[in-house]
Design a protein around this ligand. Structure first.
Ligand SMILES: [Zn+2]
Length: 330
C-alpha cells in the first residue's frame, strides 16, 4: 500500500492523499454504523424467536438525547447555585445596611424626643401654654406609624419612617425656633417694661421709709397701716421721673385725702407704678411716657408729714409689691 510510487511527493499531493484516507475511514465507519446489533427474543410457549435489529445510528439518537438532557440539567443547577449564592451575599449586605439604618433611626428618634421636650419648655417659657395646634397635628408620631403600616417591605418601611422623621424634625426645629424667638422677645419685652431704678434723679432724694408694717407716722404709738411703698424725702418741687415706659392711667391734679395729687402709670402685662403726695402733676390720663420722663414734682399733698414721694410698684390686682428689688434693679 505504501509503495514508493504511491507516496506523495509534494505538499498538494500529500493533502490529497490525506483527504482520500479520511474519506475511506468515514466510509468504513458508515458501513459499520449501519451494521448495528441484533436482539433475539425466545417466547416460552413455542414458536420461532423474534429478531430485532438495531443499527448504531438508531442507538445514537436516544443516547445523545439523554446526554443533552443531563448536560442541560447540570448547567441549570450550576447556574441556580451561583444565583443563590449571589442573592445570599446581597442579603447579607442588606442586613448589615439595615442594622446600621436601625441604629441611625433610633438615634434620630431620641433626638426628636429631646427636641420635643426642648420645644415644649420653650413654649412654657414664652407663656404659650401649648404649641401651635396646627403644627402639633403634624407632629403626632402615631400618625406617622399609621402611614408606615400601609407600605410594603421592611426596608421600604424604614425608608418611609426615615422620611417621616426628617419631616417631623424639620417641623420641630421650626416650632422650636419660633418658640425660642417668642421667648426671647417676651424676655426683652419684660425687661423693657419692668420698672427699674429710682423714681428721682440720682442724688436729689433719700429713702425715708421702707415697705411693710410700721408705726403710724401721725399717732406714733399704735401700729399703722401696711406701708405699700417706699418714701423718698426731698426738697419741694424736686422732679419725679417714670421708672419705665407706659401709659398714664390716672392723674389726680386736685388735693384729696390719702395720696393727694398723684399719678399712676401702666407699663404693660399688669405692671403699674404709683407716684403720690405730689405738689404738681405734669401728665394727664392717656399720655404715653418714656422711662426717665419728668411726670410730676415732689410735694406734701394728702396724708403726708413732710415733702416726699410715696412710690409703689403694683402687679395686677394684688396689693403693692415690695418696690426695693425694682428700685435696685439696674
Ligand atoms: Zn409712703
Amino acid at each position: 500500500m505504501n509503495g514508493p510510487a504511491n507516496r506523495p511527493v509534494n505538499r498538494k499531493e500529500r493533502w490529497q492523499y490525506r483527504l482520500q484516507e479520511w474519506r475511506k475511514k468515514l466510509l468504513r465507519r458508515h458501513e459499520h454504523g449501519w451494521k448495528g446489533v441484533s436482539v433475539l427474543i425466545y417466547p416460552h410457549h413455542a414458536g420461532s424467536p423474534y429478531r430485532i435489529r438495531i443499527n448504531y445510528y438508531a442507538l445514537l439518537f436516544p443516547v445523545s438525547l439523554i446526554a443533552i438532557v443531563i448536560g442541560l440539567a447540570g448547567f441549570y443547577e450550576v447556574k441556580r447555585v451561583t444565583i443563590d449564592r449571589d442573592r445570599y451575599e446581597k442579603l447579607q449586605t442588606s442586613e448589615i445596611l439595615l442594622s446600621n439604618h436601625h441604629i441611625v433611626l433610633s438615634q434620630k428618634t431620641e433626638l426628636l424626643h429631646r427636641l420635643e421636650e426642648q420645644r415644649d419648655r420653650l413654649y412654657r417659657l414664652s407663656w404659650n401654654q401649648k404649641p401651635d395646634p396646627d403644627l402639633n397635628e403634624h407632629l403626632q408620631l402615631r400618625q406617622v406609624e399609621e402611614k408606615i403600616l400601609n407600605t410594603g417591605s421592611r426596608f421600604d418601611l424604614d425608608l418611609e419612617r426615615y422620611r417621616q422623621y426628617r419631616q417631623h424634625a424639620d417641623l420641630l426645629l421650626l416650632g422650636a425656633g419660633q418658640a425660642a424667638l417668642k421667648s426671647l422677645w417676651h424676655r426683652v419685652h419684660i425687661y423693657w417694661i419692668t420698672p427699674k431704678g429710682w423714681p428721682v434723679y440720682p442724688g436729689t432724694a433719700s429713702i425715708s421709709s421702707g415697705y411693710g408694717s410700721r408705726m403710724d407716722p401721725f399717732l406714733k404709738t399704735v401700729p399703722g397701716d401696711f406701708h405699700g411703698g417706699v418714701d423718698f424725702a426731698a426738697a419741694p418741687n424736686t422732679p419725679i421721673i417714670a421708672t419705665a415706659p407706659g401709659t398714664v392711667v390716672r392723674s389726680v391734679d386736685k388735693d384729696r385725702p390719702g395720696f393727694g395729687l398723684h399719678v399712676v402709670i401702666h407699663h404693660g402685662l399688669g405692671y403699674q407704678t404709683l407716684y403720690a403726695h405730689c405738689n404738681k402733676v405734669l401728665v394727664k390720663a392717656g399720655d404715653r411716657v418714656q422711662k426717665g420722663q419728668v411726670i410730676a414734682l415732689i410735694g406734701r399733698t394728702g396724708r403726708a408729714t413732710g415733702n416726699h414721694l410715696h412710690y409703689e410698684v403694683r402687679f395686677g390686682l394684688e396689693r403693692p409689691v415690695d418696690p426695693v428689688p425694682y428700685i435696685s434693679f439696674k
